[in-house]
Design a binder for this molecule. Structure first.
Ligand code: XUL
Ligand code: CO
Length: 438
């Protein structure tokens, strides 16, 4: 078969002293940590939309990306060529998972039936390539935001026909995710939000979103899809306010509608920072609620107020993210999906490989540091000591529910001096640096 990247071979691990740009410095896929291979801890995934269909378009300029499969006019031939190219990229980088939206892989036809036929044809081909290579589907999803029909949203549209169309699209997307053995199915809000409350029935929109998710759960059950449903929070963009604002609002929404047991959360670094949180904050909140599902690995630029989807190279953030995953017992059905794109000016085909290498090395190193940090136990020991007042005396009574305001008032009346201890943030940051720089 024709190669799209004949000048690029299999990317090998060469170690930290290598200066070869087309080699891993830190990601040694086969290295075992706690008798599990690094690649199985990390479960790296390619995002079909950025890598295969991203063009470099931005609000001020047209496409820049040179993509060897894009010089084809027939949309179905181009779709098949993209699949070949995707599997070549994944095989050469050793990426064992991918994720896709229905519309990334196959073009829309003149009606829904033709669109579904196009999708079936490409999905059949993807299935063959998966069997040949052993590459797996981390998650599937439906694009409910690009087509103009979704201008008012999909499940939260004011137009009932749009709700119905979106339902049909998600039904099909769950079917193809099942067919490809997808381990998860993701709902990212797309345009589920609003631009102005002056024209919005917020209560109806939220109720409809819950109705939509409930239908998805029921249909998945009916066809035997056992993958994990995930919701991906994002506070804004494309709408001013997205209903799945952040982990906290997603959990509240799911609990409100009695849906929480069916869903976990797919946390994206750049969405966390857009919401005014750290990546670690979002992961921690999901973890303590038993809802950490998967990760969209990327990073934003803190000086820009939009979703830049850059490849993650910040070792500090990667370490803290991996710390949360390790504390959660590692990924179950989730993984590290590179929801990231090379910069518009990194337009050459080889930049695809260089970008993945940068991101994979960062998370591999971040994982190893986080593992040492977790095993070292210094943060846990500090936190345990910091809250030790709740393991005895009045603190234990509070925890055990043995006291109320009246008993606590009687107790407080007798305290003659309150003694606090340092939070030692600088010490703890220095400890973290000691692990990172070791
Ligand atoms: C958008 C985003 C999506 C989801 C999948 O910001 O992150 O690509 O990951 O729909
Ligand atoms: Co994402």
């Amino acid at each position: 078969m024709k190669e799209f990247f004949p000048e690029i071979g299999k990317i090998e691990f060469e170690g930290k002293n290598s200066k070869n740009p087309l080699a891993f410095k830190f990601y040694d896929a086969e290295k075992k940590i706690d008798s599990i291979k690094l690649k199985d801890h990390l479960r790296f995934s390619l995002a079909f939309w950025h890598t295969m269909t991203g063009t470099g378009v931005d609000p001020f300029g047209m496409a820049t990306m040179l993509r060897p499969w894009d010089n084809m006019d027939d949309p179905m031939k181009k779709a098949m060529a993209r699949v070949d190219a995707a599997f070549e990229i994944m095989t050469k980088l050793g990426l064992e998972y991918f994720c896709f939206h229905d519309r990334d892989v196959a073009p829309e036809g003149k009606n829904l039936a033709e669109t579904n036929r196009n999708l079936d044809e490409v999905v059949g081909y993807i299935h063959r390539k998966m069997d040949e290579t052993g590459i797996k589907l981390l998650w599937g999803t439906a694009n409910l935001f690009s087509n103009p029909r979704y201008m008012h949203g999909a499940a939260t549209s004011c137009n009932a026909n749009v709700f119905a169309y979106a339902a049909a699209q998600v039904k099909k997307a769950i079917e193809v995710t099942l067919e490809l053995g997808g381990e998860n199915y993701v709902f990212w809000g797309g345009r589920e939000g609003y631009e102005t409350l002056l024209n919005t029935d917020m209560k109806l929109e939220l109720d409809n979103l819950a109705r939509f998710l409930k239908m998805a759960v029921e249909y998945a059950d009916k066809i035997g899809f056992e993958g994990q449903f995930l919701i991906e929070p994002k506070p804004k963009e494309p709408t001013k306010h997205q209903y799945d604002f952040d982990v906290s609002s997603v959990i509240a929404f799911l609990k409100q509608y009695d849906l929480d047991r069916y869903f976990k959360i797919n946390i994206e670094s750049n969405h966390a920072t857009l919401a005014g949180h750290t990546f670690q904050h979002e992961l921690r909140l999901a973890r303590i609620n038993g809802m950490l599902g998967s990760i969209d690995a990327n990073q934003g630029d803190l000086l820009l107020g939009w979703d830049t989807d850059q490849y993650p190279t910040d070792i500090y953030n990667a370490t803290l993210a991996m710390y949360e995953v390790i504390k959660d017992g590692g990924f179950k059905s989730g993984g590290l999906n590179f929801d990231a794109k090379p910069r518009r000016s990194s337009f050459e085909p080889r930049d695809i490989f260089l970008s993945f290498i940068a991101g994979m090395d960062t998370f591999a190193k971040g994982f190893e540091i986080a593992k040492e940090l977790a095993d070292g136990g210094e943060l846990d020991d500090f936190i345990e000591e910091r809250y030790s007042g709740f393991t005895k005396g009045i603190g234990k009574k509070i925890i055990d529910g043995e006291v109320g305001f009246e008993e606590l008032e009687r107790y407080a009346m007798k305290i003659d001096r309150i003694v606090n201890h340092s939070g030692s943030q600088e010490l703890l940051e220095a400890i973290l640096n000691r692990y990172i720089l070791a």
